[in-house]
Design a protein around this ligand. Structure first.
Ligand code: ADP
Ligand code: MG
Length: 550
C-alpha cells in the first residue's frame, strides 16, 4: 500500500500523547516499522545511552522515493486502507506518527530502497527535509542522531539505564518473533543475536543462555473462547521455562498480542497463575507467550505508546491463557525441572549479611573449590578462593593499620630490579612495604635483594607482588586507593585456589575466620563468597510440595 495522509476524523480518534519519551521508545517504534515491513532480519546499533546515535536496519520491503518523503510527515501511513478503522488493525503501526515525532526531537536519517536500481535518502534536520538518491539494497535503515538536543529537560531526565531499556525492548521482540533474526550491538560490541529460525528455544538461547534454554518447553495451543455468545479461536504459543529456573521479578514474562509486545499486567498474571504451585513462593517465571485472536476482539489504540491493548473480554482471554500454560506444563517432561539449577542469579541467593557461621557444619568439598555446608534450612556454598581472599584482605588492612603482616623468609634471596622511579618509591615507602611483609635491601643501582615475602595465613605471596606493590604505591593520586588496590592484589595471590584440597577441619577453620570478617559476604573485588540454597528449592525440585515427609 502507498503511504497516504490519514483523514482528520481518523486522526482525532488516535490515542493522544507523546510517542517519543526516551531512546527505548524510538527503538520500539523503529523495530515495529521493520517488522511491519516484513523484515526477516533487524539489526539495532546503539551508541552509549542512545541519544547521540542509534540505528535500526532491516531487510524489509523498503519505500519508494515518494513514500519515503511523505512518511516523515505527520499522520501519514501505508498501513490503513481508505475505509479501515483504527480499532482493529493487524499491523504494529497505524498512526503515522512515529517518524515525524522522532524528527521533531532529533536528526532523522532514513535510507531506503523498495527494490529499484537505486534507493533514497531522506534527511530531516532542524525542520529541513532533504531528499537525495542513495545506494542501498532492498530494506530500510533509520538512523537517529542528537535525540532530545532541543529538549534539554527531557534529555536531563534520562537515567543511566537507558541502554538496559533498549535491550529490554529488543529482547522482547527477539523472543516473541523467533522467525526474525535480531541483532543488538552496543558501542560496537555484540550484545546478543537470535538466528531467526522460527524456534522459540533458539530465541531464548540467544537472549538468555544455555541454562535457561535447556530448561524449557515450547508449546502451541489452540482453543476457542466464547465472547458475547460467539466462539472465537485463540492461539497461544511460546516457550515456558521450567520452575527450576526463576527470577525475583515478573520482568521475564514476555507477552505479545497479535504480534505486538504488550505489558498487560492481567495477561502476565494469567501466565504466572498457569504455573500455579510449581513456582517456589515469591519467585517469578521466565516465559514467552504470544497470543493470537481475531483483531476485532483487540483494541490497540488505547495507549499513546501502544504498550497495552484492550480486550473486548479480558477475563475470558486471561483464563484461556492460564489454562493453556497450565496444560503445557502438565504435559511437559518436567523431570528436568527437578534438577537444581546452579544459576547464580536465581536459585542461589547471596547469603544476607548479619548471619554468622557459628552454626554452620561443613559437609565437604565440591570440585576442590566449593565448600558445601549445612546451615539450618539452607545449603551454603562457599567459594574457598573468594572467602580466603576476603580473610587475607581484611588481615592485610588491619596490618597496615597496626600490626604487620607475617613475612616468610626467601631462601635463597631473590634479586629484583626496579626502574629509577620504582626504586625511589621502594626507598620512600620502605616502612609501608615492610609492614606489608616485604623484606629487602638495595644492592646498588636498581637492584634489590628480596629476603622476605608477605605470607598471610602462612601462604607465601609471589615474588611478582613486590613489583605490584611498588607500582601500586606509585600509581594513583590517592595513596589510600593505591594501597587498597595493593591489598586486594596481595590478598589474591596467596589465597586458596581451585584444586586446593581442604579437609573438614581446614574448611571449618576457614569459615570461622570468614565469620570474623567485617564483610564476610563478598571478596575484595565484590564477588560473593557465600551463596545459599533454601531447602524449599529442593522440596520444589523433588516435587515434595514444600512438606518434609520422608
Ligand atoms: P506508522 O508505522 O504508524 O504507519 P510511522 O511514522 O512509523 O507510522 O511510519 C510511516 C510510514 O513509513 C509507514 O506507514 C511505512 O509506510 C513507512 N515506513 C516506516 N518505516 C519503514 C520501514 N522500516 N520499512 C518500510 N517502510 C517503512
Ligand atoms: Mg510506525
Amino acid at each position: 500500500m502507498p503511504v497516504r495522509r490519514l483523514p482528520p476524523e481518523t486522526v482525532e480518534r488516535i490515542a493522544a500523547g507523546e510517542v517519543v519519551t526516551r531512546p527505548a521508545s524510538v527503538v520500539k517504534e523503529l523495530v515495529e516499522n521493520s517488522l511491519d515491513a516484513g523484515a526477516t532480519s533487524v539489526t539495532v546499533d546503539v551508541d552509549g545511552d542512545g541519544t547521540a546515535r542509534l540505528r535500526v536496519a532491516d531487510d524489509g520491503h523498503g519505500m519508494s522515493e515518494a513514500d519515503a518523503e511523505l512518511a516523515v510527515d505527520h499522520h501519514t501511513t501505508s498501513k490503513l486502507a481508505e475505509h479501515d478503522g483504527i480499532e482493529h488493525v493487524s499491523t504494529l503501526g497505524f498512526r503515522g506518527e512515529a517518524l515525524p515525532s522522532i524528527a521533531a526531537v532529533a536528526t532523522l536519517d532514513v535510507t531506503t530502497n523498495d527494490g529499484g536500481p537505486r534507493g533514497t535518502r531522506v534527511l530531516v534536520e532542524g525542520g529541513e527535509t532533504t531528499v537525495s538518491p542513495a545506494g542501498r539494497a532492498t530494506g530500510t535503515t533509520v538512523e537517529v542522531r542528537k535525540l532530545f538536543h532541543n529538549r534539554p529537560a527531557r534529555h536531563k531526565s534520562l537515567s543511566n539505564t537507558e541502554f538496559a531499556r533498549i535491550s529490554d525492548v529488543v529482547s522482547r521482540y527477539a523472543l516473541l518473533r523467533p522467525d526474525v533474526r535480531f541483532k543488538l550491538r552496543h558501542d560496537g560490541r555484540d550484545v546478543f543475536s537470535t538466528p531467526g529460525s522460527g524456534n522459540y528455544t533458539d530465541a531464548v538461547l540467544g537472549v538468555y543462555d544455555r541454562t535457561v534454554a535447556g530448561q524449557s518447553t515450547t508449546f502451541d495451543h489452540e482453543t476457542s473462547v466464547a465472547i458475547d455468545g460467539v466462539d472465537h479461536s485463540l492461539r497461544l504459543e511460546g516457550v515456558l521455562v521450567y520452575p527450576s529456573v526463576t527470577r525475583s521479578r515478573r520482568d521475564h514474562v514476555h507477552v505479545a498480542v497479535n504480534g505486538r509486545t504488550v505489558g498487560n499486567a492481567g495477561l502476565k498474571r494469567a501466565i504466572v497463575s498457569g504455573y500455579g504451585t510449581l513456582l517456589p513462593s515469591g519467585r517469578e517465571p521466565i516465559a514467552v507467550a504470544s497470543v493470537s485472536l481475531p483483531p476485532e476482539l483487540v483494541d490497540a489504540n488505547v495507549h499513546p505508546s501502544k504498550d497495552e491493548v484492550a480486550f473486548v473480554d479480558g477475563d475470558v482471554v486471561e483464563s484461556a491463557v492460564e489454562d493453556a500454560v497450565h496444560e503445557a506444563l502438565t504435559t511437559a517432561d518436567l523431570r528436568q525441572s527437578g534438577e537444581v539449577t546452579m544459576d547464580l542469579e536465581t536459585t542461589l541467593e547471596r547469603r544476607e549479611e548479619g548471619s554468622s557461621f557459628d552454626d554452620v557444619t561443613v559437609i565437604g568439598q565440591f570440585r576442590e573449590l566449593y565448600l558445601l555446608c549445612e546451615a539450618d534450612d539452607d545449603l551454603l556454598v562457599v567459594d574457598q578462593h573468594a572467602a580466603h581472599e576476603r580473610i587475607n584482605y581484611e588481615r592485610l588492612r588491619a596490618a597496615l593499620a597496626g600490626s604487620a603482616v607475617e613475612s616468610a623468609l626467601v631462601d635463597p634471596p631473590e634479586t629484583v630490579s626496579l626502574s629509577p622511579a620504582e626504586a625511589a618509591v621502594a626507598d620512600d615507602e620502605r616502612e609501608t612495604l615492610t609492614r606489608l611483609g616485604f623484606e629487602f635491601s638495595r644492592f646498588g643501582g636498581g637492584t634489590y635483594r628480596l629476603t622476605g615475602l608477605p605470607a598471610p595465613l602462612g601462604r607465601v605471596a609471589d615474588v611478582s607482588t613486590f613489583h605490584d606493590a611498588v607500582d601500586a604505591l606509585r600509581a594513583g593520586d590517592d595513596p589510600d586507593d593505591a594501597r587498597d588496590e595493593l591489598l586486594k592484589d596481595l590478598a589474591c595471590h596467596p589465597s586458596l585456589k581451585a584444586g586446593d584440597v581442604l579437609d573438614r577441619e581446614m574448611a571449618a577453620d576457614l569459615l570461622g575466620r570468614l565469620g570474623e570478617c567485617e564483610q564476610p559476604f563478598a571478596c575484595p573485588h565484590g564477588r560473593p563468597t557465600v551463596l545459599s540454597i533454601e531447602e524449599q528449592t529442593f522440596a520444589t525440585g523433588f516435587g515434595r510440595g514444600g512438606t518434609r515427609l520422608d
